[in-house]
Structure formats: C-alpha cells, structure tokens
Design a protein around this ligand. Sequence first.
Ligand code: MOS
Length: 727
Amino acid sequence: MQFDKPATTNPIDRLKVVGQPVHRIDGQLKATGRAKYAYEWHDPNVPYVYGYPVGAAIAKGHIVSMDVSAAKEAPGVLAVVTALDVGERKKGKFNTAKLFGGSEIQHYHQAVAVVVAETFEQARAAAALVRVEYAEEIGAFDLKDAMKTAIKPKDVGGAPPDTAVGDFDGAFKAAPVSFDATYTTPDQSHSMMEPHASIAVWDGEALTIWTSAQMIDWWRSDLATTLDVEKEKIHLMSPFIGGGFGGKLFLRADAVLAAFGAKAARRPVKVALPRPFMVNNTTHRPATIQRVRIAAEHTGKITAIGHESWSGDLPGGQLETAAMQTRLLYAGENRMTAMRLATLDLAEGNAMRAPGEAPGMMALEIAMDEMAEKLDIDPVEFRIINDTQVDPEKPERPFSHRDLVSCLRLGAERFGWSDRGRPASRREGNWLIGLGVAAAFRNNLLVPSAARVRLDHEGVITVETDMTDIGTGSYTIIAQTAAEMMGVPIEKVVVRLGDSRFPVSAGSGGQFGANCSTTGVYAACVKLREAIAQKLGFNSEDATFENGEVRSGNRSVPLAEAAGSEGLAGEDTVEWAKLADSHQQSTFGAHFVEVGVDIATGESRIRRMLAVCAAGRILNPITARSQVVGAMTMGVGSALSEELAVDVGRGFFVNHDLAGYEVPVHADIPHQEVIFMDETDPYSSPMKAKGIAELGLCGVSAAIANAIYNATGVRVREYPITLDKLI
Ligand code: MOS
C-alpha cells in the first residue's frame, strides 16, 4: 500500500475495538509465567548445554596470546572458542564495535572467548580459567578531554550535523535579554530486566536461534554477515522480550557466542550475558556536554536560539543527536545547532529510548526555565509565546498536527500550576516543595511494515508479522487492528509475532512500532477484505465487515463460510511516500512535577507527576498509559540517580550492575497521571496514530530539575541531581 495523501475515513475510525481499553491479550501468559523468554525455551528432549562469555580485561589493545588448556580440562567442558580461533569476521551493518573475533580489543568486556559446558556453573567456573595476555594501548575515556578533538561528522542519521538560519550571533548579541549555559548528561545504561540471551541450534548449515531482539530482520541480516552464512539459513525467533529500550535494536554478542559455541560443541547452546557484561559488553546512551543559548525580547519572544552538543563514541561510531529537537520545538528567527563527535574507547554508544531528544530535552528544557526566570515570565507562558505551527528552519513546512499549547494549558490547570511560588518559598516540615514544568517533544518516524493475515474456516483471523513486543503491547494493538478491520471480536484474532518466517515489520524502535506495525496489519487486512469480496462476487468498495459477517447489498455471508475449507489470505506492506516530506511529523506533550527536597540531606523525592500527551490517535489507552508511566519513571532515574561511572584511567563503566546503577521503582513515585489529548493525525497513517513511548520520557528530567530549583533555589546543570549537588 502506497500512502501519499492524508488518510480518509476507513474502518479503523469505527473505534469499536481500536482505541478501546483492551487488556493485554498476552497478559495471562505473562502473569502466570507461561510466556517464554529467550533463555526459557526448553524442550526436555533436547540436550542443551551452556555457554559463558569471557570479556576483555583491557579497554584498548591486542590479544597477544590465550591459554585455554586449563579451561578445556575443567569438569563438564565441551568446547572453548576464542576470538583468535574465530579470527577477523565481517561486522554487522548496525554494529560499531565487532562482537567477537580477531585479536584487536576495542573496549572493555568485548568478548574474547566462550566456554561451553554441560552445566551453567561448569561453564562459568571454566571461563575463569582462561588466561589472556594483552598488549595494552592508551585510550581516550573522558568526554571533557576528548571534546577538544571532536569532529564534525558528514551527517547524523540522514540529517546534517549543523544547521543555521538568519544571523544567530548578531541577534544573540543585540537582544535585550540573553542566556548562555552548559549542561551535562552522563552515560546511561538501558538496564532492562531480561538480559541479552540466546539459544543456538545448528542442523547442518541451518541455524535456529531464540533470542531477545527488538528488530528481527536487522538481527538476522547481521548475524548472517557475522557468521558468514546465508541469511535464508537462519531462523530467528523472539516472541517475548523483557525490555529493550534500544539495547536490543542491534545484534549482540550473546547470539554470536551461542552460534559459535553450538557449532564447536555440536550441541544446542544457551548463552545469557551476565549482568555486568550488559553494561560494558553491549551499548549505552553516550554522555553529552550541551551548550544552550537563548535570546529574547522583553515580551518573551525568542529572537535567537542555539544548541551545541558534544558526545563520544568508538572510531566509526555515531554521536548522540541531542540538538535535534531544538531545530523544531520553538520559534525564533535566528538559530543554530551543531553536534560534534569525539573519539572515546568506551563500549559502543548507541540508541537508548528517545536517542537524541531524551538527553537534548534534559538541557534545552532547563535552559527554557532559566530564560523564563530571567525574563520574569511564567515558564508555561514563555513556551506558549514561542509556539510555532511550522518547522522554524523551513517555514514552508507545517507540522502535520501540533498541539503543544493545549498540553501546557490543560496540564497547568489540572496540576494546580498557579500554586507555584517563588524559588525556596514553600516548606512543609523538613521538606522544601517545588513545582516544575517542561515541554515534551519527540519526532514521529515512519518505517515500512509488512504483515500477513489469514482467515480460516472457523472464522479465525491469524496475523503474522515479525513485529516484536518488548513489553509495549504490540500483540494487543495488532489484534485490535485486525478485529476492527475484519469486523470480528478480538477473541477471534490470533497474533503471531517475532519470527523471521513472517513478513518484515517496522520492529520496535524509535516509538514508530505501534503506528507503523498496525498500519502494516491494516494494509494486509485491506487485501484480505478484497480477497473475500472477490471470492463472493461482492464489490469490495461497498462490502462491510461486521459481526463476523461480510455484507453487500442484501446479501451477507459469515466469514467462516466465506473462507471455505482452504481459507483466504492477504499480505501487504506499507510504504510512505511524499507525506513524510510535505509535513513535519512530531509528537508533543507537557510534563509537570512536584518534588520535595529534604532541607537537611538534600535528598529529592518525587511527590506527583503529570504528563499530557498529544500524539495522534491513542490505539489503546491502557497500553499507551503504561508506556508513558514507564517513560516518566525512566525520566526520574535520569534526573536523580542514573549515571554510569567511568573509570577514566582503565576505561570502563564501574557500576555495572543494578546495585550500583540505580533505577527508580514504582514505590519511589507515589502519584503519576497521564492525560491524552483527543486527536487524530491523518498524515501519520491510516491508523492516524503516532508514537508515544519515547515522548513520555522527553522533558521529564528537566521538569524534575526545574521543580528542584523551584523548591530550593539551587540550579543544577549536571545530571543526575544527586544530593551532594544540592548541599
Ligand atoms: Mo528505541 S532507542 O529506538 O528502542
């Protein structure tokens, strides 16, 4: 299905199933422990054995030699495969660092061997016996030092690293009120609950792999490249995923080690990355240093806005696109953005939930608060004054739909924003109380997505697509889409996901999964409706699908009967053409937070949070709300506790487990509320929905920082805002 004009009225608009608060169709499986995650696939007739990784003990250099004799003789050991045995391999398209093979060490805990044994404990014990001699080289591990040598990359994910409109410097100097500050955000870890884990089973040249992957097709392609086998020979499955947050977008070492281990041991092998490996072996969100400059007239109208950002990555890597939102969020005639990439020899930096905007908004939205104070304008009003309905860099390009102003106004009213006082003016016992606000912004990306839909002789609709469910609710919204399109109750829909035998979907990433994958299902259902109508001799234009029947004129036929004994199928893929260029597609919101800061210890506690989101049609208010609540919780971690501590001498993240890397839990946040604006975006897809999962994170941390300032009068520009920075 080509999609090059705004969506018109279609069966989805009936909203009998789509848009309804349907509980997760996989909820019972999950709540009763029957949903099988990657490591849990277990056939009692299969003699699984266990692989345990060995990680590099240096951050940069080469392996001189490896001694695996003791490991090989240890009890239960079946095989030891080293990086030297495997040799240099081609790298997957999406990997910056190699996952396994060759003597070069690019970062700490890069895999250098996998030990396979009869039991997990035997494999782990033997892995400790592997001896490696290294030639160590000096690396760069400190962003502050490395930023001096940062380069300007040719492009950043298809966009230019720099943009300039008007005369930023001139306007900044000439303005009556101006503001210039630098903010830092630390390296962060995805820290998903389920570790990266894979089971590999070879049958001759064919490989079956169960893993935990957000993007089935990317993983399969990159695994084929890395192993040097034909892509068609790999069957990859990932039906349930215990969290990803971007950390499972790209092929990871567990799958590669399981495949090599299984080949060497001639047995099916299970490999789970131990928790400490997840931090230094995989990817993380890179730290940033960001300078924001804003100038305005006394009325609050921004005349110049500039945002520069520095981040680091391994050679050949990419930068954190932290200035992106500043190109789009606020009006202002004179503007500049610039992003620079330093070389750092830490583990690969890569996408983590809302890459770019999440850390970018952490800086920009404190700067907006600081500027509002300087102007003596309410921060909600300051943002409203500078709203724009067109791309401020390309005024001929309107937003497809933008309702930031309503989010701010409604949020202010519901949250009781008018109670906010001057900084450090409200005290309850030992607590200083403050309110903070920030805008939310995240782009809406459109990615092709395919699906296959079948109708059988019992009237059951089966949807197959390689879309994944990383805890987001994909199973449920896809079932709702098919039920709506085919006019059947949701109980009549079976959804099968996360399997490389199914049509290639958008996958789970960049908050595009929900809108794009359901649109692929919509397109496949259109095909199935046509097939049914054609078989019955109905005109597909006026055939209606309702109550398990297809009706045309005065004839109606139950779907089960229409299917016949053979059944009928429809398959299609959705491609976005001109729409993506003609309109800027973004999602908007407002975050409000109330904090208490202990006057003696400086400890910050969240008291209540509100998010108002404008993100197109909400496909399911229950699953969408869960996404936003989860994102808000992540934003609390980002504001108050999450920080990978870099050992800048040895070059690794020190706090590589959940004891040292602190993430908030529900008990840390007594009250969270989410309001969705009632809107549809016909430019986003026939579903008229947009992404929501990352929007919920963008801006939260700044709203918290602003609330802490309002509570204490202390402005912290270095995240996380730990108590030592307040006293
Ligand atoms: Mo998201 S960081 O694209 O999984």
